[in-house]
Design a protein around this ligand. Structure first.
Ligand SMILES: *Cc1c(COP(=O)(O)O)cnc(C)c1O
Length: 400
């Protein structure tokens, strides 16, 4: 590799997103090379032994060392201000690697009730079978976190803003409660990315990413990442090396291209989302809009302090017309769209629309949905990069 002197402290985040991590090989390529190979040769038996023994740094085998994946890890670590990044095969495997690396049977995790549906399944069903104790509490009520923590608590786990209601928690306050209880605060930063929110700077210990979403930004690849201090990442990396929940080199190469445009994309997503949320609030067929960038959002002030903008996710409740159920009203709007994609994915340049109650949150019981405020009339839009007037026009039935 051709090593250029690159001092992270010297540059702005936008510059880091374009430049950090990217050293060229002897061939001098200006865009990161894709190392699509499983293993690496050694010059001698002694060098092989030194690499395996960890006394000489270098690549061994792509399950745990691949140059393209390494560049992705270094770039994302620079953006989040983390000592180390461990890239994984998906966002879910990032959460799994984090827990498997840092917890044992009998340990306790306190998690927000408002986390990604599959994360609820992972904690509440699968990890529970292996002896992990899990308590779900309200994202926005610190007293519940305080009350739930025990001497066995290892991790606090949150997403902020939450999906789909965009509730925001105070990262600093939860970090303090976690640390006093001898636990680490884990923040799934998928909705914001480091372009909008830097959880480690606010006191969190670990960051989770689904790179599948905004880090890719164009709906192509699955991937994830765990970030934190070297000490915390060592067992996480140890789990990945052994269990093989590895990010593919090809996907890392795609994510590297995604990261180069992260800052301008997140600004554009957020600008469009704020404009759409503001417009939605004024439509007669809309009962309520959930978006942290709106003054009407319950944690608007906190969100604007913790984030550089409101992000790209907007949720809202449609009003049912006479003789119509809430679900029928929501489905009718979704089916009336021509441009916006009907899909549960988010973080894509293409805007997407989904009905959480019957898709992402359909495995949650109706009572639990009601308790967390996810009504049958709720719709989530992950606002993409199309022209705002075309998005409004696609939702024009709300005006009638
Ligand atoms: C999508 C998502 C995940 C899971 O990521 P995958 O890459 O789909 O495994 C985890 N957390 C949040 C907030 C997500 O949106």
């Amino acid at each position: 590799m051709i090593k250029k002197q690159f001092n992270i402290e010297q540059y702005h985040p936008e510059t880091l997103s374009v430049r950090a991590g990217s050293d060229a090989t002897e061939l001098g390529e200006n865009s990161e090379a894709l190392f699509l190979n499983s293993s690496f040769r050694f010059q001698s038996a002694a060098q092989a032994a030194a690499r395996f023994g960890g006394t000489e740094p270098g690549n061994i085998y792509s399950r745990f060392t691949n140059p393209t994946v390494t560049v992705f890890q270094d770039k994302l670590a620079a953006l989040e201000g983390a000592e180390q990044c461990v890239a994984t095969s998906s966002g879910m495997s990032a959460i799994l690697a984090c827990v498997m690396g840092l917890c044992s049977a009998g340990d306790h995790v306190v998690a927000s009730r408002s986390i990604f549906g599959t994360s609820v399944q992972l904690f509440g069903n699968i990890l529970k079978r292996w002896g992990l104790e899990v308590t779900f509490v309200s994202l926005t009520n610190p007293d519940e976190w305080q009350a739930a923590a025990t001497t066995k608590t290892k991790l606090f786990f949150v997403e902020t803003p939450s999906n789909p209601l965009t509730e925001v928690c105070d990262i600093k306050v939860l970090a303090d409660i976690a640390h006093k209880a001898g636990a680490y605060l884990v923040v799934d930063n998928c909705f914001c990315t480091p372009a909008i929110q830097k959880p480690l700077a606010l006191g969190a210990d670990i960051i989770i990413h689904s790179a599948t979403k905004y880090i890719d930004g164009q709906g192509r690849c699955l991937g994830g990442a765990v970030l934190g201090s070297k000490v915390l990442m060592e067992p996480v990396y140890g789990f990945l090396r052994t269990a093989g929940v590895t990010m593919s080199a090809f996907n890392a190469w795609v994510f590297l291209k995604g990261l180069e445009t992260l800052y301008i994309r997140m600004e554009a997503h957020s600008r469009n989302a704020l404009a759409l949320a503001t417009w939605l609030e004024a439509q007669p067929q809309v009962a309520r809009v959930y978006y942290p960038g709106l003054a009407s959002h319950p944690q608007h002030a906190l969100a604007m302090q913790q984030q550089t903008n409101g992000g790209g996710i907007v949720s809202f409740e449609v009003k049912a017309k006479p003789g119509q159920t809430q679900q029928e009203a929501a489905w009718a709007l979704i089916d009336a769209t021509q441009l916006i994609s009907i899909t549960a994915n988010l973080g894509d340049a293409k805007s997407t629309i989904t009905h959480p109650a019957t898709t992402t949150h359909s495995r949650v019981t109706a009572e639990a949905r009601a308790a967390s405020g996810i009504s049958d009339g709720l719709i989530r839009i992950a606002v993409g990069l199309e022209h705002i007037e075309d998005l409004k026009a696609d939702l024009a039935v709300l005006q009638r």
